[in-house]
Every structure is written in structure tokens, then in C-alpha cells.
Design a protein around this ligand. Structure first.
Ligand code: PLP
Length: 391
């Protein structure tokens, strides 16, 4: 075993099951291990490296900022976070942003905003948030409570109260919960990522939007994974023809540096006052400079590229030997094997130089860099098809 693996096994808490490989460098969509073996990365750091490893444009933006101010506290104004906020609001139609460092934290802020909304507009006990079964919203105690998968909850109870779970794509199950709880918000992922790469139906989302108007609750849209071009539009909600009251994002926005954002719509734009929330690193200038550079490149041409690649992958995999079904949206793709275990497929792909992810429900999950070169994509899909056909 390599020294790095030994150190890791000895000193790092066992919260992760790692693949037996140590990555030391990367460029574009290709990563290299200690022995110099190359891997085409179809997971992109779980949808984070939107422009791949060590992308030049992103790096230049970050480095230029490091040369001026790398960090100051939120007691002072700085340029990059203000400009990024303007770009995010202009492109989404949401009104204000709060910055933090991860998806879970962005969702925590969304939960606080929704509770504050319910309690100021309707009353003290209007704090319940409906989330969906098989959702994933993070690892903090409140976002775990929001996460509609019992497996994540075991032996961490009591979780934050005030969360109940409805069935995805079943509006009646939402209506039932609205009868028995004082609900301030419903929280969704347009495509459930960790929960199996399943897209919500347009009908369900539209019915939810009507219900929200009728009953005056907020819609929180968790775009931590679906956001930032991943699904073929800047944010996935744009393909569902509605404007959420709160959008959270993280993963891909920073292109590899930690950032979380809670975007607040009209109803909640003024919900927070000084002291109501905060983050030491939130809005960090170097991270925001990189994120702004990324956001600028996530334009219509880039989205057309994402959709073309997504359509190509779907054509390649649909009906291929060993493939039972293909799900997801854009370059967020779930592949259900006929017989094999998704984890075995991932292990075999690794041996053949391709990194893939898995998701709940025995799915292989692909979240490649949005700018992955077609040549790399073709090689990776050929390997995946070969491995899936073996079973
Ligand atoms: C990854 C993820 C989170 C949690 O993000 P962290 O940055 O790991 O805290 C929350 N929601 C969704 C949909 C995610 O995919």
C-alpha cells in the first residue's frame, strides 16, 4: 500500500469508502494516479469540476484575485462577491444571495429563511418543511432531517424537528401533509441526485407551484447538484417553467473551490437582518472570482454543448447490452444495469481507466465536466458499454 493510503487509513475518519487509487494530478477530464496511470473522469469530483481539472481560465481568475485580496471578513465590502451576486440575480431573477461554503450550509440558510417567513407571515407554529422521499439535502443535523432517506439518519437522532416527507411525483401525498401540518415550504431537487438520478415530472412541479400560490408556502429548489449548467440549463428549474422562492447551489459553481449560495426570491429577499446569519469564509474573494468566471462561461453556447453531449450519451446507452434504463437530465445521468451491481461496474471501469459514480437504487451515475472533449467522452462511454455488456 502506498504511503499516502497508509496515512489516510491511519489518520482519517472512516466516513468514506474510497476506490483503491491516489490521484495526484489532472488536466481537463483526465486524472493521473501515483503510478502515472490515466483515468477519464466521468464524475468530475461529484459534479464540481465543471470545466475539468486545472482549467486555465478559472485558474487565472482565482490567481489574479489571490494576488490582490485572498480573504477579508464580511465586515468589509469586496468586489468579487458583489459582482457574482449581481450575475446570479440577473441570470435567475432571484433578488438577493447569501454566501457560505457548502451545499448543506446553503440549505441550512434556506431552511432558516423559510421558517422566518412562516413564522412572521403566518404564526409561530408555521415551521414545517415538506421534503421528498429519496431526496438528499446534506449532512448537518437539519439537512439530514430534510433528507428523505432513513439510511442517513441511523443513530444520529434526534434530528432537527419540523420535517416531513412526501412522495416524489405524487401531489396527493403533498396535499395530505398540508392537511395535518403548518407548512412554510416544500423543498425539492428537480432531479434527485444521490437518491437515484430521477427527474421530477413537469406536472408534479407545476401542481406544486399552483398549490404554493393557493396555500402560501415557499418552494425551495435545491440545485446543489443540478445547478450551474449540469442539466443543460443554467439551473434545472428553468426547464420546469417556474421561479422558485429560494434556490440553493454549491458543487459546480466554484469549479473546485468551496462555495455555497442561497438565492432569495422576492418573498424572502428582506427576511434577514444583520446578525441573522453569517459565515467566516462566505463570499471569499478568490472563490467568488473563480465562480464568476465559471458563470460567465455557462452561456447559451455552453448549454447547447451540454445538451448535444447528453443526447449523444443517451443514444449510446439506451438499449445497449446490460443497460436496463437511462435517467436524469442533461449531463446528470443515471444508468440502471440489468443484472450487475453498480458498485462492481464502477470498480471495473476504474481498472479500465474510467471513473464513474454510483447512486441509490443501483444506478451508475455520470456527472462529467461540461466541457469534456468528445474524444474523451467517446472513450469513456465505450469502456462503460463494454463493462456493462459483460454481465
Ligand atoms: C451534494 C449535495 C448536497 C450537500 O452538499 P455539500 O456541499 O456536500 O454540503 C445537498 N444537496 C444536494 C442535492 C446535493 O447533491
Amino acid at each position: 500500500m502506498s504511503t499516502i493510503r497508509q496515512l489516510d487509513e491511519t489518520y482519517i475518519a472512516k466516513t468514506y469508502g474510497r476506490f483503491p487509487v491516489t490521484l495526484v494530478s489532472g488536466k481537463g477530464s483526465v486524472a493521473k494516479d501515483e503510478a502515472g496511470n490515466e483515468y477519464i473522469d466521468m464524475g468530475a469530483g461529484i459534479g464540481v469540476n465543471v470545466f475539468g481539472y486545472s482549467d486555465d481560465t478559472w485558474k487565472e481568475a482565482v490567481i489574479a484575485q489571490l494576488d490582490t485580496i485572498q480573504h477579508t471578513s464580511n465586515l468589509y465590502y469586496t468586489g468579487p462577491c458583489a459582482k457574482l451576486a449581481e450575475a446570479l440575480c440577473t441570470r435567475t431573477g432571484l433578488k438577493k444571495v447569501f454566501y457560505c461554503n457548502s451545499g448543506a450550509e446553503a440549505n441550512e440558510c434556506a431552511i432558516k429563511a423559510a421558517r422566518r417567513y412562516g413564522q412572521t407571515h403566518k404564526g409561530e407554529d408555521w415551521y414545517t418543511i415538506i421534503t421528498l422521499k429519496d431526496s438528499f439535502h446534506g449532512r448537518t443535523l437539519s439537512t439530514l432531517a430534510a433528507t428523505g432517506q432513513d439510511a442517513f439518519h441511523q443513530l444520529f437522532t434526534p434530528l432537527t424537528p419540523g420535517f416531513v416527507h412526501a412522495e416524489a411525483n405524487n401531489i396527493e401525498s403533498v396535499k395530505e401533509l398540508l392537511k395535518t401540518h403548518h407548512v412554510c415550504a416544500v423543498m425539492i431537487e428537480c432531479v434527485q441526485g444521490e437518491g437515484g438520478v430521477n427527474a421530477l415530472s413537469k406536472d408534479f412541479v407545476q401542481e406544486l407551484v399552483s398549490l404554493a400560490q393557493e396555500k402560501d408556502f415557499l418552494i425551495i429548489d435545491d440545485e446543489v447538484q443540478t445547478g450551474n449548467g449540469r442539466t443543460g440549463s443554467l439551473y434545472a428549474y428553468m426547464q420546469y417553467d417556474f421561479l422558485p422562492d429560494i434556490v440553493t447551489t454549491a458543487k459546480g459553481l466554484g469549479g473546485g473551490l468551496p462555495i455555497g449560495v442561497t438565492m432569495l426570491g422576492e418573498k424572502v429577499q428582506d427576511i434577514f437582518k444583520p446578525g441573522d446569519n453569517g459565515s467566516t469564509f462566505g463570499g471569499n474573494p478568490a472563490v467568488c472570482a473563480g465562480a464568476l468566471s465559471n458563470l460567465t462561461r455557462l452561456d447559451d453556447a455552453m448549454m447547447a454543448e451540454v445538451n448535444a453531449k447528453a443526447a449523444w450519451i443517451r443514444r449510446e446507452l439506451s438499449g445497449a447490452k446490460g443497460v436496463a434504463s437511462v435517467s436524469g437530465l442533461g449531463l446528470m445521468i443515471g444508468i440502471e444495469p440489468v443484472n450487475a451491481k453498480a458498485s462492481d461496474i464502477a470498480a471495473k471501469c476504474l481498472m479500465k481507466g474510467v471513473l464513474v459514480l454510483t447512486a441509490k437504487g443501483n444506478k451508475v451515475r455520470l456527472l462529467p465536466a461540461l466541457n469534456i472533449p468528445m474524444a474523451d467522452l467517446e472513450k469513456a462511454i465505450a469502456v462503460l458499454k463494454e463493462v456493462m455488456a459483460e454481465e
